[in-house]
Design a protein around this ligand. Structure first.
Ligand code: GTP
Ligand code: MG
Length: 588
């Protein structure tokens, strides 16, 4: 029908059977020809995962065979929504047999996605029915929704080879998004990055390939052996491969009961990995013909996203036993089975983003949500009960309310214990309550809590006032006055505190308040100056900008003794007012 022989391999030609995938096209329609033999179902799966429409081929002289059933179940489990049945070799049977086979087929597909599909008798050798088949294909191709080019690009690789003068080429069905020449891509799960040097669709060079198209990608920066069937091309760093997925899984009616921890073959996209099935609803073996939540632990990582379909085959004998849809690619590890099960029910029923954000410790970045869900950044942030803070961070409103209530408690307790302090340092609050959270989260909480005030690095309840008693007010004034009067030759701190008129512990607290409020400045371990004295010194030095001077000269200018001069100069060095150069200093 297409004029293209899809059996490319020498062995295929010699044995007269298809072994691996073959590719052809007719107008806009791409064909992925899959082998029919039961031994090559794994290859069939790599091809079937990307298709929108199935051309279901049944030989009229053989009718429905076991592999017909297996292929049919696979198409159904992959969620393929439309198809056409071709009854081939119609030239080899008479009309009665043909009518009988047609009835058998109609019976077989009853109640499935193929019910009511056109059943077209054809003869490849005589050419009968091919026009009718083409017409049905055109109509069906027009009717299908197709793949979404507006989503994130993903191309599961089905072939990789090297082309003389071009280098590495990979091919696949672009299952979503677009790829353009010169774009950077990543090969998942290998983490290898490459640049798209060229693109072809149906053998013709294009600048951009779109979802649904059979695409050949010439990759610069890698060797063809770096790429293999089963890998996926997507944007660098956008996604993360996973080795553990929670799913909704259907066990086929004809399968044996599925045991907890049964080893299986897991097929998704063009990939096949060994996996272990872990039952999440009950440890009793899963009943054939039922659907349940199952976790698959994969032997190797794969790029998967929620909503992806997959097929599961048994270890021995290797037959298809079921399939399903991925619900979560990074499920919780330490959670009880029953809770995992409930959680998946919630995810299926509702808002995935809200669920993920609500179960995160401190919320999630929009980029993380994209990686977990495959959503577009623009689709995130409209979930019920979820707020966006600092632009790219999503957090549950309930969590914020709870966190603010907790902050309030902490502040209340802090004020009770430290009535003379203006508040708690922001950094301390952060390390106490939000350790591990991004720094902007505390600011977002403080901005939201109207009864909490953040003044620079100090955080307090709006209602908190440092309430000094009469004697404390007087003592504070006295302490400040002693330091002010001392100028650059300040009295010793114990001496000042002793003269404050209140007992030592309270006097120390008052001193702390003066330091916090920057009325006083700590110059050395036991040396405190009044801010006005330090300010005067700064001014007089500013007038000597660039000048070099010795300690002796400094003593002359200021009239202070060596006892004060050394700590003062060291303080000025630390404050970058002066810089020490050997025995000299220079004013900066
Ligand atoms: N008489 C007759 N022979 C046919 C017709 N279609 C296919 N054949 C023959 O049947 C044999 C198998 O055909 P293929 O096209 O390889 O079948 P297939 O479904 O691709 O088989 P696999 O890919 O190996 O599963 C070949 O010898 C074909 O020549 C037909 O319509 N009429
Ligand atoms: Mg074939």
């Amino acid at each position: 029908m297409t004029g293209i022989d899809t059996d490319r391999l020498e062995e295929e030609k010699r044995r007269g059977i298809s072994i691996d995938l073959g590719f052809a096209h007719l107008g806009e329609i791409s064909f992925v020809d899959v082998p029919g033999h039961e031994r090559f179902v794994k290859n069939m799966l790599a091809g079937a995962s990307g298709i929108d429409l199935v051309l279901f081929v049944i030989a009229a002289d053989e009718s429905i065979k076991p592999q017909t059933r297996e292929h049919f179940e696979i198409c159904r489990l992959l969620g393929i929504s439309r198809g056409i049945v071709a009854l081939t070799k119609s030239d080899l049977v008479d009309q009665d047999i043909l009518d009988l086979v047609r009835l058998e087929v109609e019976e077989f597909v009853r109640g499935s996605f193929l019910e009511g599909a056109p059943v077209i008798p054809v003869s490849a050798t005589k050419g009968h029915g091919l026009d009718a088949l083409r017409a049905e294909l055109d109509e069906a191709a027009r009717a299908i929704a197709g793949k979404d080019a507006s989503r994130h690009a993903r191309l599961p690789i089905d072939r990789s080879f090297s082309m003389r003068g071009h280098g590495a080429v990979v091919t696949g069905t672009l299952v979503s998004g677009t790829l353009a020449v010169e774009e950077e891509v990543e090969l998942y799960p290998a983490g290898i990055r490459a640049r798209i040097r060229g693109l072809q669709v149906h053998g013709a060079a294009v600048e951009r390939a779109r979802a649904g198209e059979r695409t050949a990608v010439n990759l610069a920066g890698i060797d063809s052996s770096d790429a293999r069937r089963g890998m996926t091309i997507a944007r660098p760093g956008l996604f993360r491969a996973t080795q553990m997925i929670d799913c909704s899984f259907e066990l086929l009616a004809g399968a044996h009961p599925l045991k907890h921890r049964a080893p299986v073959h897991f097929h998704a996209g063009t990939a096949e990995v060994e996996a272990q099935a872990r039952l999440l609803e009950s440890l009793e073996p899963m009943r054939p013909g039922s659907r349940a939540h199952v976790r698959f632990v994969l032997r190797e990582p794969l790029l998967l996203l929620p909503g992806d379909r997959f097929i599961v085959r048994m270890f021995s004998p290797v037959v298809t036993i079921g399939g399903g849809v991925v619900l979560d690619i990074a499920p919780p590890v330490r959670m009880r089975r029953a809770q995992l099960d409930e959680r998946l029910t919630r995810i299926e029923a509702g808002d995935r983003v809200a669920q993920l954000v609500k179960e995160s410790k401190f919320g999630m970045s929009a980029a993380e949500i994209v990686a977990r869900t495959g959503l577009l950044a623009a689709e995130i942030g409209t979930s019920e009960g979820i707020e966006r803070v600092a632009g790219e961070w999503l957090i549950a409103r309930e969590w914020m309310d709870r966190a603010i209530a907790k902050l309030r408690e902490v502040l209340k307790e802090f004020h009770r214990k430290n009535p003379l302090l203006a508040g708690i340092a922001k950094e301390e609050l952060r390390s106490r309550e939000l350790s591990g959270a991004p720094a902007f989260l505390l600011d977002a909480l403080l901005a939201r809590a109207k009864d909490i005030v953040a003044e620079g690095e100090n955080v307090r309840l709006a209602s908190h006032r440092v309430a000094l008693k009469q004697d404390e007010e007087e003592a504070t004034a006295k302490i400040e006055a002693h330091f002010r009067d001392g100028g650059l030759a300040v009295p010793s701190t114990p001496e000042v505190l002793a003269k404050s008129g209140v007992e030592a512990a309270r006097a120390r607290s008052l001193l702390q308040i003066l330091l916090k409020n920057r009325k006083l400045v700590r110059v050395g371990d036991e040396l405190i100056y009044h801010a006005s004295a330090v300010e005067g010194l700064r001014k007089s030095l500013a007038a000597r900008k660039g000048q070099k001077f010795s300690v002796a000269e400094f003593k002359d200018w200021t009239g202070v003794s060596r006892k004060y001069a050394i700590p003062l100069l060291e303080f000025l060095d630390r404050e970058h007012v002066t810089r020490r150069e050997g025995d000299q200093r220079v004013v900066l």
